[in-house]
Design a protein around this ligand. Structure first.
Ligand code: MLT
Ligand code: ZN
Length: 496
C-alpha cells in the first residue's frame, strides 16, 4: 500500500542543528495592528484559519513544515513596500511565497517567519502584440499567463509540470528552466524587466525595459534565481514567443543512454528548427508513473530502459509532420530505437506529454521523494543515476518486488544537460538519506557538474554551494546578500 505523508515533520524538529535567529523579533499584537491598518481582512490569514495557515507552512513535497502564524497577501506593490519597510525596521523575518510549488524548501518558513504571499497580485498589466512584451504582476499563475497569451496568438516562453499552480514571479525567483528551454532559452534571456521591493521597502523597477538596454550593470539578473533572498519580485516583463501553428510529439522506447544521446544528435540535425523539446525518462520513472496514471493506457507495447519524448513546433503542419514521420521511419529502419509512437492528433499529443509531466507527481505519490536536480556534461548525464541506483541496490533497498521500498527515477531535459533524480520512497529514513548524501553532491563535484540545474538551493541545498561554486564566488554572493538585506530578514536559513 502506498504510504502518504499528509503532514511533514516540523523542519525545526527534523533539523535541530538549525537554530532560530534570536535577533529576529517575535510577532506581537502591535505588529498585527499595523498590518491590519494597511491591509484588508482578505489580505491577512492568521491562526483563526488554521487549515489555510497550514497550507502556506508546508511545501509541495511535504518534506518541510514551518510554524508561521501570519500570512500576508497584499494586492499591490505599494502594500508590499509598506510591509517590507515595517518588517525591516522591526527585524521581523519574511518568506516571500508564490505558488508554493518549489522543490527545495525555499518558499516555506523554517520557524515563525511571516509568509508574504503574492497570490493577490494576479493581474496582467500589459501586452504588446508587436514586440511580444508581456507584463504582469508576480502572482499571475503560469497557466493563466499561457491562456492570456494563447488568446493573443503567443505563448509564455516557459512551461512546467506545475503550471496550474506556480506563479510567474516565483518561477522567475527560482529561475526555473522547464520543458522548452531547448527552444526558448533561459529566463535570464527572456525576462526584459522586473519590479522588485527591496527588504527596506524601496521599489526598484525596470519593468518598462527594452529588448536591448546596455546601460550599466544589468541589476534584474541578480533577482532571477535569488529565491526571494534579496528582494520580493512584484512585477515581471517578459518576451512572449509567437504561438506555433503546428505542434507534434513522438514517444520512443530505447535500450541504453548512449542511444538516447545519438538520437539527440540526430534530432538536432534532422528536425533542427522545429525541435522544441527532447525529454527523457528511465524505466523507474515510467514504472512509477504507470502505477500512478492507472486510467491512461501506456503509448508503447513494451517496457524499455529509457523513453524519449520529442516535441516539434513550427508554422506549417504538413511540413513538420513530413519531417517528423521521415525521422521516425529512419530511426526505426536504422534500429536506433526499439519502438516509437507519433501523436496523431492534439489529444494524442497531450497524452504523450502527460506521461512526461506526471513523473514528479507520480514519484511524490509513491510516499515521498528525495529529489536531486543536476547539470552534467551530456556524456555523464545518466551516470549519476546509475551510481546512486547501484548504491541503493547494494544496500538491498531496490528489490524486484512490485513495490520496492525505494524506486530510483531519472528523467529530465537532455537538451539542457539536466537530469532530475527522484528517489521515491515509501517513507523518509535516515538510512536512505545517509546513502544519498553527501554521495550525490560529491559525485557531481567530481564530474564538475552543478548540484542545481534549475530547482535552486532553498533549504535543502543550503551550505552546499561549495560543491559547485568557488570560495570567491560564494564570498561575492554573501556580499550581495548583505548589501541588499543587511538585517538578513528575507528568506532566512536558506541559500547561503
Ligand atoms: C520537471 O522537469 O518535471 C520539473 O523540473 C519538475 C520536477 O522535476 O519535479
Ligand atoms: Zn525540470
Amino acid at each position: 500500500m502506498t504510504i502518504t505523508h499528509p503532514v511533514a515533520q516540523l523542519t525545526a524538529e527534523a533539523y535541530p542543528k538549525v537554530k532560530r535567529n534570536p535577533d529576529f523579533k517575535v510577532l506581537d499584537s502591535a505588529d498585527l495592528a499595523y498590518f491590519r491598518s494597511i491591509l484588508s481582512n482578505d489580505e491577512i490569514i492568521n491562526s483563526q484559519a488554521p487549515e489555510e495557515l497550514a497550507s502556506f507552512n508546508q511545501d509541495w513535497m511535504k518534506k518541510y513544515r514551518g510554524q508561521s502564524n501570519l500570512i500576508l497577501l497584499p494586492n499591490s506593490t505599494d502594500k508590499v513596500s509598506k510591509i517590507m519597510k515595517y518588517c525591516n525596521d522591526k527585524k521581523l523575518a519574511v518568506v516571500p511565497q508564490g505558488g508554493n510549488t518549489d522543490l527545495v524548501g525555499a518558499s516555506v518558513p523554517v520557524f515563525d517567519e511571516i509568509v508574504l504571499s503574492l497570490r493577490n497580485m494576479n493581474k496582467v498589466r500589459d501586452f504588446d502584440p508587436v514586440s511580444g512584451t508581456f507584463k504582469c504582476d508576480a502572482g499571475v499563475i503560469m497557466r493563466d499567463a499561457h491562456k492570456f497569451l494563447h488568446d493573443h496568438d503567443h505563448i509564455f516562453p516557459l512551461d512546467l509540470p506545475s503550471r496550474n499552480n506556480c506563479q510567474v514571479g516565483g518561477v522567475v525567483s527560482t529561475n526555473a528552466g522547464g520543458l522548452n528551454f531547448l527552444r526558448y532559452g533561459s529566463l535570464h534571456g527572456n525576462v526584459l524587466g522586473l519590479e522588485v521591493v527591496l527588504p527596506n521597502g524601496e521599489i526598484i523597477s525596470n519593468i518598462n525595459a527594452l529588448r536591448k538596454d546596455n546601460t550599466g550593470y544589468d541589476l534584474k539578473q541578480l533577482f532571477i534565481g535569488a529565491e526571494g533572498t534579496i528582494g520580493v519580485i512584484t512585477g515581471v516583463s517578459i518576451v512572449a514567443a509567437a504561438k506555433p501553428k503546428a505542434l507534434n510529439a513522438v514517444f520512443f522506447g530505447i535500450e541504453d543512454f548512449d542511444t538516447v544521446q545519438k538520437l539527440f544528435v540526430k534530432a538536432k540535425s534532422e528536425l533542427s528548427e522545429i525541435l522544441s523539446a527532447f525529454e527523457f525518462m528511465d524505466r523507474g520513472s515510467i514504472e512509477c508513473t504507470i502505477e500512478y496514471l492507472t486510467d491512461l493506457p501506456f503509448p508503447l507495447e513494451n517496457q524499455h530502459n529509457f523513453y524519449v519524448l520529442i516535441e516539434t513546433s513550427g508554422s506549417n503542419k504538413r511540413h513538420d509532420d513530413e519531417k517528423l514521420t521521415a525521422f521516425l521511419k529512419d530511426t526505426i529502419d536504422s534500429k536506433l530505437i526499439s519502438e516509437g509512437m507519433m501523436a496523431k492528433d492534439k489529444a494524442d499529443y497531450d497524452r504523450l506529454w502527460t506521461w512526461r509531466k506526471s513523473v514528479p507527481t507520480a514519484c511524490n505519490s509513491y510516499g515521498g521523494m528525495y529529489k536531486y536536480d543536476m547539470s552534467l556534461q551530456l556524456k555523464d548525464l545518466y551516470s549519476v543515476s546509475a551510481a546512486v541506483t547501484e548504491r541503493l541496490n547494494a544496500a538491498g533497498l531496490i528489490g524486484d518486488a512490485p513495490k520496492p521500498i525505494v524506486k530510483s527515477c531519472g528523467y529530465g531535459h537532455v537538451g539542457d544537460g539536466n537530469i532530475h533524480l527522484n528517489i521515491a520512497v515509501r517513507e523518509f529514513t535516515k538510512q536512505i538519506e545517509d546513502l544519498l548524501e553527501p554521495f550525490v553532491y560529491e559525485y557531481i563535484a567530481s564530474k564538475k557538474g552543478s548540484i542545481s540545474a534549475e530547482h535552486g538551493i532553498g533549504f535543502h541545498k543550503r551550505g552546499k554551494l561549495h560543491y559547485t561554486r568557488s570560495d570567491i564566488e560564494i564570498r561575492f554572493m554573501k556580499d550581495i546578500k548583505h548589501h541588499y538585506d543587511p538585517n538578513g530578514i528575507l528568506n532566512p536559513y536558506k541559500y547561503i
